[in-house]
Write a protein that binds this ligand. Structure first.
Ligand code: CLF
Ligand code: SF4
Length: 512
């Protein structure tokens, strides 16, 4: 992207703001590694694997800007107790704590899937992820998948489980063409597990302590091996619990990689006391943004890391990060006349692919202008976006910021930060500006479609440059252009490059 003369940059001189968590940024810079968790698209995936992931918003970071998923909450029971879960709410293995989903019967769920698919043609994946464990409710789970497979054969089926009962159901999973399975594996050492799982209920008996975790771990790893032997793509979710399994997750990463897992999603523990979980009530903290990123970076070798998980609710609908479930309550769905238009969905998705290719081409063209660039500098940029790979959200309306790391190797999506939106009901909330600053404090700049004068000044005084001159442009292309300018200013001595501080991961209750 070439900049016009009016677009001459006004980078802020870098200054270090107060660091809330005290952990200095030691970001290692984007290495440009390709993979499913990166924005690099097909990369080195086989054509068969690419076909499975290319429009799955969780298995492909790039796809999550364009394609939506939905969950149906048909599985209420659970056979495990996790210390980060309050059983009043949805399964925290794939949901943030404190969320309650509307529970459905399989027939209601199937009708809901058709209703959503007819309204949201870019909805490509049905996941069952709770509110308990889907395989502690196998009949309801598989009945729902059967009904959907028959009525909407183009929708990918996706299952998320704690893994305890997985080996018993692998054949059924394969028969039903469920080719994406997530297993939450928080440990491979039962001594670590005993600090996370007070009990498991297996073969009509309750087990506690180390024995409970030994059974769980053996069953999880066996299930993973059985699935990958059948060519089913497996993602492993792990909750990062500082002081309990944070260092150990490197071992978990190696163990699941050795058993053929396709993708590893390390998620932050969310443990606000108001969620009423054991960890929340006992003061167990979650990781800071940089602690999470450093662990993800250290696990990123041959293994694809997922960094765009939104810890969705068990009845989530829409793009990751948005929640349209209120449009599809049981009452509304049951009253809807649904006509499943397969051809219409396919035509829509073909148009999405054309837009997606344009974004990739623009990014690659901009990246080519960095060829031969030698620099160790990397910066992080927060982006306000509504999707489509563009900078198209007003600062005050953003409920989350996507975070990109940019270096001479290119740009890379490295996470997102949830915030209370600054503009609430037309009024600016000064307290929420502070929350936003803490959430993106490790970023050099924030890209927005528009921004008002007050938040602009507040961001600048925190050392974060508000940038609206790339409004409506492509995110990665703009990030690379900004980085080039930044490097130029550092080299000319106008800006002194310093790594920024740490940032907060939101712990409070969230509705979506
Ligand atoms: Fe749902 Fe999970 Fe399938 Fe995705 S979610 S069952 S793999 S379709 Fe995705 Fe949501 Fe994260 Fe899960 S963002 S919580 S990883
Ligand atoms: Fe809660 Fe899910 Fe753990 Fe069951 S598996 S206790 S529902 S977090």
């Amino acid at each position: 992207m070439e900049l016009s003369k009016q677009n001459v940059v006004s980078f802020l001189p870098v200054k270090q703001p107060a660091q809330k968590n005290g952990a200095g940024c030691s970001s290692s810079g984007g290495n440009g590694k390709s993979g499913c968790g990166s924005s690099a698209g097909q990369g080195d995936l086989s054509p068969a694997a690419w076909e499975k992931v290319k429009n799955h918003p969780c298995y492909s970071e790039e796809a999550h800007h364009y394609y939506a998923r939905m969950h149906v909450a048909v599985a209420p029971a659970c056979n495990v107790q996790c210390n980060f879960c309050n059983r009043k709410y949805d399964c925290s293995n794939e949901s943030r704590p404190g969320v309650v989903s509307e529970r459905l019967l399989p027939e209601q769920a199937a009708k809901k899937v058709l209703a959503v698919a007819s309204t949201i043609p870019q909805m490509t994946v049905l996941g069952i992820a709770g509110p308990g464990d889907p395989l502690a409710n196998p009949e309801k789970t598989f009945k729902t998948f059967e009904l959907v497979a028959e009525a909407a054969p183009d929708i990918k089926l996706c299952l998320s489980t704690n893994g305890l009962m997985l080996p018993d159901h692998v054949d059924r999973i394969a028969e039903l063409n469920i080719d994406h399975v997530t297993i939450t594996i928080n440990m491979v050492d039962p001594n670590v597990g005993a600090k996370i799982y007070p009990w498991v209920f297996y073969n009509h008996k309750r087990y506690t302590g180390v024995e409970a975790s030994r059974i769980l771990s053996e069953r999880q790893l066996l299930g993973l091996e059985m699935l990958t032997a059948r060519g089913i793509l497996c993602k492993v979710n792990s909750v990062m619990i500082p002081g309990i399994n944070d260092r150990h997750l490197v071992e978990v990463n190696k163990a699941v990689k050795a058993r053929g897992a396709f993708l590893h999603n390390i998620m932050p523990l969310i443990s606000a006391p108001e969620h009423g979980t054991f960890f929340g009530l006992n003061g167990q903290r979650g990781p800071s943004a940089q602690e999470l990123k450093l662990l993800q970076d250290s696990c990123e070798g041959e293994m694809n890391m997922m960094r765009h998980c939104r810890q969705c609710r068990a009845d989530a609908v829409g793009l990751l990060g948005e929640d349209r479930s209120a449009e599809f309550t049981t009452e509304k769905v049951m009253a809807m006349e649904v006509e499943y238009d397969l051809a219409g969905r396919q035509a829509y998705q073909e148009k999405v692919e054309v837009k997606r290719q344009a974004v990739v081409a623009a990014r690659n063209a901009e990246l080519a202008t960095l060829a031969g660039e030698q620099s160790d500098i990397s910066i992080m940029i927060a982006v306000a976006t509504k999707g489509g790979g563009r900078i198209n959200e007003h600062f005050g309306h953003a409920k989350e910021f996507q975070i990109y790391e940019v270096s001479a190797a290119g740009s890379k999506f490295v996470g997102h930060r949830r915030v209370d939106n600054y503009c609430q009901g037309g009024f600016a909330e000064e307290d929420s500006l502070e929350t936003v600053v803490r959430a993106i404090n490790d970023c050099q700049a924030v890209f927005v479609a528009r921004i008002g004068g007050c938040p602009r000044d507040g961001l600048k005084s925190a050392g974060i440059e508000p940038v609206d001159r790339f409004a409506l442009e492509y995110i990665e292309q703009s990030a690379i252009a900004y980085f080039k300018e930044y490097l130029g200013l550092v080299r000319s001595g106008e800006v002194e490059h310093k790594q920024r501080g740490d940032a907060d991961i939101r712990q409070g209750a969230l509705i979506a």
